[in-house]
Design a protein around this ligand. Structure first.
Ligand code: AMP
Length: 397
């Protein structure tokens, strides 16, 4: 058991904020112990990430293999080695695998193989908690399925539902979406969930918690009998075991990392901001270090995210922000600019913490203590991906 188990979380002294965030902190205070956020990286490097097994050895359809190799994937990652073969055989799966471990391809590769066998009668539904994750999954699918006449669409909130009707006009082999919009389309009678052969719940710990469980249960009931159910997540809540058992039939269980721990590739440190010091000044000073190349800065509130992005820009640091009040178009644009390096800092609330796969995020900074350990784990999981060493800095008072 390491530092990151719930047992070690105990109340600490209340956080006191700088001028910039005092108002927000008054409302809600994190009770997590700051000592939890200090940890040396134990880099596993590419060795821990990838196995020796090549994609060529899997006996995949030539076109799919060609697309995988064109993406630069040569050997399987650990999660891929443990899940692709059972999934090709049609098994259900429950997989615990840290973010950035290659889990998207782990479920998409078998889905594409199944779709190629009977494209007219095959549908996979991938349900995710966030819009960004949904879009990323479809992007990965499209690159893996180039030239195969397989079709996909993403259905997420915050977009025009009428254009969804159009997308549903054709046979889709892969449907990705967030629960609310999928249910809405099913209510309108345009999405026939009974046709789903393979159901994937990505970030399933979140899909089964209070915020989503009602919607997800409805979706599952409407889907009814299906060939395969796949659950993927970085963490697992012991309290969800019954729900999980109810979804799966004789599943393969794969645990690539300890579901309660953070990525070993992440150097974690705290910075104490003494009372009277302006936290923003400390933050701005950090950016004098060029090693902070691509940074996600987390805040608890949308308003603070807006204000920090503005102040960073005023200090000459290229920054942008994403949170729930921003339109989907705006959020996509920010992520694109962050990916391409046009902006150095992406200020985000937790909406961005799940699933965003931006390569080479050098640092994650928590401007305030996160409210829960899960939020912390998912936030810092944005860095230290694909075997690289990442850095997490958490401000404490
Ligand atoms: P994921 O865990 O699905 O978010 O994937 C994390 C990152 O690993 C993504 O940027 C993928 O493109 C990359 N990736 C997935 N599988 C492999 C592989 N077999 N070899 C190299 N990179 C991979």
């Amino acid at each position: 058991m390491n530092h990151f188990t719930r047992k070690n979380i105990r109340p600490s002294t209340p956080a006191r904020g700088s001028n910039l965030d005092r108002r927000q902190i008054k409302k809600k205070e994190s009770t997590l112990d700051p000592r939890l956020f200090v940890k040396k990286a134990q880099p596993s490097g590419q060795d821990g990430f990838r196995t020796e097994k090549t994609f060529t050895a899997l006996g995949l359809s030539p076109k799919l293999l060609q697309n995988i190799l064109a993406k630069g994937y040569e050997t399987l990652t650990t999660i891929q080695e443990q899940s692709i073969e059972p999934l090709l055989q049609g098994r259900d799966i429950m997989a615990i695998s840290k973010t950035g471990s290659g889990k998207t391809a782990a479920f998409l590769i078998p889905i594409i193989e199944h779709a190629l066998k009977d494209s007219r009668n095959y549908t996979a539904l991938v349900v995710t908690p966030t819009r960004e994750l949904a879009l990323q999954i479809e992007e990965e699918f499209k690159s893996l399925a180039i030239g195969m006449s397989l079709y996909s669409a993403t259905f997420i909130g915050g977009t025009n539902i009428n254009s969804d009707n159009q997308k549903l006009g054709r046979k889709l082999q892969v449907i990705v979406g967030t629960p609310g919009r999928l249910l809405d389309l099913s209510d309108r009678g345009v999405l026939d969930l009974r046709k789903v052969n393979t159901l994937v719940l990505d970030e399933f710990d979140r899909m089964l918690d209070m915020g989503f469980i009602l919607d997800v249960s409805k979706l599952v009931t409407r889907i009814g009998k299906r060939d395969q159910t796949l659950l993927f997540s970085a963490t697992m809540e012991p309290g969800q075991k019954k729900l999980i058992d109810g979804l799966l039939a004789n599943p393969v269980e794969v645990k690539v990392s300890n579901g309660a721990s953070t990525n070993e590739n992440i150097e974690q440190q705290t910075i104490r901001v003494p009372e009277g010091h302006d936290k923003f000044d400390v933050l701005a000073d950090l950016f004098a270090n060029p090693e902070l190349e691509k940074v996600i800065l987390f805040t608890e509130t949308k308003r603070l995210a807006d204000r920090l992005a503005k102040k960073l820009i005023q200090s000459g640091i290229q920054a942008g922000q994403i949170h729930g009040d921003k339109s989907q178009n705006f959020r996509n644009r920010m992520i694109d600019e962050f990916k391409s390096g046009d902006i150095r800092v992406l200020v985000a609330t937790d909406v961005a913490a799940r699933g965003i796969d931006v390569a080479d995020v050098s640092h994650v900074i928590n401007y305030q203590l996160p409210m829960t350990m899960d939020a912390y784990i998912h936030r810092i999981g944005r860095t230290g991906r694909a075997g690289k060493v990442g850095h997490a800095i958490t401000f404490v008072n």
